[in-house]
Design a protein around this ligand. Structure first.
Ligand code: F6R
Length: 260
């Protein structure tokens, strides 16, 4: 796993957006897996700016969703489908046709999960999956003790995650208890995993994920199993890393041509 420590979230966003742009230059119809929440917004902003400035042509990009709330009415502004359309698909000048995600309003949630697994496989798999990390170490909505081999399925959010996400709703009671999430096994099939974490609230989870033992208790530690995983953290989120100096030195000495 490569750990890149950046001064702030805007720098992290720019770095990851450039990795996405480089991928699209190599593979114009790359399937980009996107996450939601606050952390990835600087990435989407930076990538949209690159498109506007003609630094990259994203017109053939394909976008897929990582997770979704179950039970929000379709079109709800906080449904992750709405968020991804608003924050990623539209700013990149794409249409709904280039987007795929699980159906959180399906009557048959189990079938919707299977359908989504099938759709991802038929699309050729995810080229680059952007991840955030929960304060409890979740990736996607794989909460602690999720199977490291799990596939897309329904999960129950922890109270901590519901509290963390209450800021997007009028009250914590409105945060759904259930979600559909790509499983950890599903996420690990993406060809490149990029996790962005910013802010001190993520420092403990980041340290456990990067330096702790591989454990279902810390789902993000599953990145240790991936042959191409990049963790981008700002100084605050890096503040509990024992090997921070080593990570800094390694990145400073990295040949530029390698990219992320
Ligand atoms: C949501 C997702 C979650 C978030 C995590 C952090 O699609 O994948 O794992 O990345 O809950 O959320 P923020 O960035 O809002 O702190």
């Amino acid at each position: 796993m490569e750990v890149v420590i950046v001064p702030d979230s805007a720098t992290g966003g720019e770095l990851i957006a450039e990795a996405m742009a480089a991928l699209l230059r190599r593979k114009p119809d790359a399937l980009l897996g996107v996450s939601t929440g606050s952390t990835p917004l600087p990435v989407y902003k930076a990538l949209a700016a690159k498109v506007r400035d003609f630094e990259v042509d994203a017109s053939h990009a394909r976008i897929c969703q990582l997770d979704e709330y179950v039970g929000l009415p379709s079109g709800h502004p906080e449904a992750y489908r709405s968020v991804v359309l608003r924050e990623v698909v539209e700013p990149l000048g794409l249409t709904d046709a280039s987007f795929m995600g699980p159906d959180g309003s399906a009557d048959d949630v189990a079938a919707a999960c299977l359908d989504y697994e099938r759709a991802l496989a038929e699309a050729g798999g995810v080229d680059l999956q952007l991840l955030g990390i929960g304060t409890d170490g979740h990736i996607g909505f794989n909460e602690p003790c999720s199977s490291l081999a799990s596939r897309t399925r329904i999960k129950t959010l922890t109270e901590q995650t519901r509290q963390d996400n209450a800021r997007f709703f009028k009250a914590v009671e409105e945060v759904p208890h259930h979600v559909i999430t790509q499983g950890i096994g599903t996420i690990l099939q993406a060809r490149h995993l990029v996790l962005l974490a910013t802010g001190e609230a993520k420092a403990h989870a980041v340290a456990l994920a990067v330096e702790g033992p591989l454990s279902a208790l810390v789902p993000a530690s599953a990145l240790q199993l991936h042959p191409h995983a990049t963790v981008v953290v700002d100084e605050a989120a890096a503040s509990s890393l024992k090997l921070a100096d080593y990570f800094r030195a390694t990145y400073a000495a990295k040949p530029l041509w390698q990219g992320l």
